[in-house]
Design a protein around this ligand. Sequence first.
Ligand code: SF4
Length: 379
Amino acid sequence: MRKQDFSPTVLDFGPVRFILARHFGFCYGVENAIEISYRALEENTNKKVYLLSQMIHNQEVNSDLQARGIKFIMDTDGSQFIPWDSITKEDIVIIPAFGTTLEIERLLADKGVEVQKYNTTCPFVEKVWNRAEKLGKESNTIIIHGKPSHEETRATFSHSSINGPSVIVRDMDDAIQLGNYILGSKSRLEFFEAFQGKYSDGFNPDTDLKKIGVVNQTTMLAKETQAIADFFKQLMIKKYGEETIKGHFADTRDTLCYATNDNQDATYELLKNDADFAVVVGGYNSSNTSHIVELCESRFPTFFINSENEIRSKEEIHHFDYHKKEKKITYGYIPYKNSVTIVLTSGASCPDTVVDKVMMKLAGYFDNLKKLEKVIDMF
Ligand code: SF4
């Protein structure tokens, strides 16, 4: 019963109230990946331990792993920190929760590195690969709704491409663009230009857009994912008619993971409340966190921060504008009034302790606070 309850928790300190999302913070995949990474370090004290790229999109966790000796081979955008030549079969390489491409798996296997031992690929990401495989085997072209440069989407694209023609759409604008090639209103040359780097080798827009299915990066915004699938279905109905739609569009459920769904559902519940502002805590390159920010922004002034350190004082907060991908400073973010209400939540790659620190730092700016023990007594 509790699992289906998305209503927020209210922590009332008197002059400040926090409305906390029912679901936030670490997901199964992240906990699993962190556990395996620390185990890899413990079991291999005399070896070099590498992570393919960031374990998760959380700076604190990544910094802690680095401090304990783990080295990152690549940046999140794929640029190389450590040349492949310096990795040997004696080394330990951990695959992050996002998974990796088949090309990198092969490269490591050719070197004799045992990648499966510390492979932390989340089972919900593997589920997307399995769905893509099934779609490909049923002769569908696989449309991947995801961020083209995100590690997970790159990995999914690689796995999907061996099972069928694949193409990535980032958002509805991309979907509408692709729709033009499905309807034949734009040429194949325009396709190759518009979707450069986002289609599989040998993709033929003339023949590969007649039978399609959609999979998603696990952390996309649920309503956008649904809108894109509906858009393609309607497009195929327009082109081929309702009677034959089954032969042209694979009507499957989205491949968002449970954590994305639960965190987004819990955020919709937050939006039903009145509040002075919202604080969303998470890594600035975290996809799932950015969608929670997007939802909160539709209702409250929202500050996206990665730790309590971004709250500089009662007057000044440093935060991330994910639309412009830049840091901002806002002064006077806490209104001067007797009772302030703050919505608080975090993304799937943020430790709960950070949310705790954010809450206590904000609460510390108010006088005559009720004691924490008293506030949580009612739970
Ligand atoms: S956000 Fe979802 S897919 Fe990603 S690691 Fe967590 S549970 Fe797995």
